[in-house]
Structures are given as structure tokens and as C-alpha cells.
Write a protein that binds this ligand. Structure first.
Ligand code: G6P
Length: 369
């Protein structure tokens, strides 16, 4: 009811603003010294982790995008081959099982029928090792998996997932560090640095939330469009996908995401002054390439909306709107960059007057196929 909502108009907005606390709570069981231990994932984790050579992530919806982001971390930091599959596809296709696979399911509810069925399918193929990143400790998913990391996002009521997503990323980053350490790819120094960055996240996300008024100004323009394109590269490509999903789910604007290097292979044909192009532009190795992708859009009259890093030297100009992120955040940058995309979808939907917390035709938890 209204009392629970406090100063917020919808649960989705409240849940976006709860992210600093949700992340802090999720990190609560990560103690101080030498924090990265297999036991974070359950008593049997050390034993299981010594028997795996690869990871298969299974999930649906927003949870699939946190898994897609984690693939970049797992391969670059833990150096473990990782594949990510949409649960409803995996369960029905022929695949080649490797018993030395850790099957990782990701689910806010822990009750999604396709994800549960995909897990059982993997087990039936001879892959017994499973771990879930899940927000409900009493769920079917937690019961089915030998290992678990419980995110502490708290109840999520808005159908469009927000705080569950960012806390899943925290759990997946901890999994990455744990496997990296076990496999000899994490020095004590980088462990300490990553932990420091994780612990600073609640403050960093709070600073991003303070950008809300700037995002509201953009949402006015977005509310009048019928299409939008989202671009990202590298580990921010799944963030672009999540931004597009949020926008289409609650504002009903048709939105698509592309890895920016693919523009020239199709979506550039759609770019006109009527097509806003939202870009996640962290200051990483791909920034220079991304800037030339942005010029391709500008040259065709497309209007750019860029979330730029504190230090990425992209300035507003004709047809180019920039919101600057408060700080550059390295490997954990996706957790910060998704927040303004959540706010953009939210405020655009509000401007269009849709039922933000209960979008048409969608359910919070899909427990039937
Ligand atoms: C539904 C919800 C999404 C969610 C997806 C997967 O589609 O509307 O927000 O991401 O299910 O749910 P899960 O509980 O498995 O994360």
C-alpha cells in the first residue's frame, strides 16, 4: 500500500532506489580478511569447484542478462570457459554434455519453470554439479541445487526486475573471484582491490541514483518515440540488452540492443532522426571503437543519448546528449551503468502513463511453461 511506498510513486522506483542497501545486504556475509572463500557458496563448494573445468549458465529474462555479463568476468578474470543459455532453448536442444561442468542457474524467484526444467535436463545429461544465484532461499531452485548464493535484494514486487539484477551481478562477481583464486589467477593484491571496489558499490550506486533529474529530462523526449536502439560493447553489451528489455517491458516502446560493432551489419539502416540511440560508454579498451560507431550514427542524423564515464571525454553537442557517470568503475562498471537505464525506462513509462509495476501481458514469476 501507499505507506510501504514512502516517497516513491511505484514499487519499481522504490526498488531502483533500494539498490545500495540490497547490494550492501548481499555482501553482508563476505567478511573482512581473506573474504573470498568457496564456503560462500555452501559447505560442499570447495569439493565441487575442484571437479569442474567449465561453466554453463542457465536463466531467463533479466537473469539471463546478468549471466551474460558474468561470462565476460568468468573468462577474463577466472579464465574458465563459460557458456550462457536461455533456459527454454537449452532444455529442448541436443547439446554435448561435459560432466566437469558447473551448471549455474540464476533466478530472482527460484520458481521459473523453464530454468528449473533446464537444470533437470542438464542433470539428466550427466552434469551433476549445480549452483544457483537466487533471491529466495526457500525456493524450488535452492532445493534443487547443491550449492547456492542467496542474494539479499529483499522482496521484489515490480514485474520489471531491478535490484534482483544488480545483486545477482554481485553474487556472480564473487563466484568469479572465488574460482579465479582457486585456479591461481588472483593475486592477494587484486583480491584486495576487487573487494574494496565491491564494498564501495553501495556508495557508488547512490551517486548514480543522484543523476535521476537528468534522466527525467531525457525521458520526456523518449516518451514521444516508438523505437529505440541501445548500443554497448564487451561486458556492457548485456547491459544494453537489459536497458532495451526494461524500456520495452514497461513503456511499450520497441527497443533493441546491438553490440556497437554490428551496427554496420544491419541496424544502421534503421537510423533516422526519429530513432534515439542510447549508448553505454565506459572508458575501457573499446571506447575509441565505440566513438567511431557513434559517428556512424550521427552521420545518418541519429540522435545519441550517451551514458559516459567520468573520464571518457565525450561532450554534449548537436544531436549528442551526454550524462556523465560519477566515477569510473573498471570490471564492476556494468553494475553502475545499468542503473540509469532502469531510471530511463521507468521515467519514460511514467511519462507515457503505463502501469509500471504491472505491465500488460507479463508476470513477475513464470511458473508454467
Ligand atoms: C519474468 C519476469 C522477469 C524475470 C524473468 C525470470 O519474465 O517478468 O523480470 O527476469 O521472469 O525470472 P526469475 O525469477 O527466474 O529471475
Amino acid at each position: 500500500g501507499a505507506a510501504e511506498l514512502g516517497p516513491y510513486r511505484h514499487y519499481m522506483q522504490k526498488e531502483i532506489f533500494e539498490q545500495p542497501k540490497a547490494i550492501a545486504d548481499t555482501l553482508d556475509n563476505v567478511d573482512d580478511v581473506s573474504a573470498i572463500e568457496p564456503s560462500l557458496f555452501g559447505a560442499r563448494a570447495a569439493e565441487v569447484f575442484s571437479q569442474i573445468d567449465r561453466i554453463l549458465i542457465l536463466a531467463c529474462g533479466t537473469s539471463y542478462y546478468s549471466g551474460s555479463t558474468a561470462k565476460y568476468w568468468l573468462e577474463s578474470i577466472a579464465k574458465i570457459p563459460t557458456s550462457v543459455e536461455i533456459a527454454s532453448e537449452y532444455r529442448y536442444r541436443d547439446s554435448v554434455p561435459d560432466p566437469r561442468t558447473l551448471v549455474v542457474t540464476i533466478s530472482q524467484s527460484g520458481e521459473t519453470a523453464d530454468t528449473l526444467a533446464a537444470l533437470k535436463h542438464a542433470r539428466s545429461l550427466g552434469m551433476p554439479h549445480s549452483l544457483t544465484i537466487c533471491n529466495v532461499s526457500t525456493s524450488a531452485m535452492v532445493r534443487e541445487c547443491a550449492l547456492a548464493y542467496i542474494t539479499r535484494a529483499g522482496a521484489e514486487i515490480g514485474v520489471a526486475s531491478t535490484k534482483a539484477f544488480t545483486t545477482q551481478l554481485v553474487g556472480l562477481f564473487l563466484l568469479t573471484l572465488t574460482l579465479a583464486k582457486l585456479r591461481g589467477h588472483l593475486s592477494a593484491e587484486s583480491e584486495a582491490e576487487h573487494l574494496k571496489a565491491l564494498r564501495h558499490l553501495p556508495v557508488a550506486v547512490q551517486a548514480v541514483l543522484a543523476l535521476e533529474p537528468q534522466v527525467v529530462a531525457w525521458a520526456e523526449a523518449f516518451a514521444r518515440k516508438e523505437n529505440a536502439l541501445f548500443l554497448g560493447r564487451g561486458l556492457h553489451y548485456p547491459i544494453a540488452l537489459e536497458g532495451a528489455l526494461k524500456l520495452k517491458e514497461i513503456s511499450y516502446i520497441h527497443a533493441e540492443a546491438y553490440p556497437a560493432g554490428e551496427l554496420k551489419h544491419g541496424p544502421l539502416a534503421l537510423v533516422t532522426a526519429e530513432m534515439p540511440v542510447v549508448t553505454v560508454a565506459p572508458n575501457d579498451a573499446l571506447l575509441e571503437k565505440l566513438k567511431s560507431n557513434l559517428q556512424e550514427v550521427r552521420a545518418r542524423g541519429g540522435e545519441l543519448f550517451v551514458f559516459a564515464d567520468a573520464d571518457s571525454h565525450i561532450a554534449s553537442g548537436e544531436g549528442l546528449h551526454v550524462i556523465r557517470m560519477p566515477e569510473h568503475y573498471g570490471a564492476l562498471s556494468p553494475i553502475l551503468h545499468v542503473v540509469p537505464l532502469q531510471l530511463l525506462a521507468y521515467h519514460t513509462a511514467c511519462a507515457r502513463g503505463t502501469d509500471v509495476d504491472k505491465p500488460r501481458n507479463l508476470a513477475k514469476s513464470v511458473t508454467v511453461e
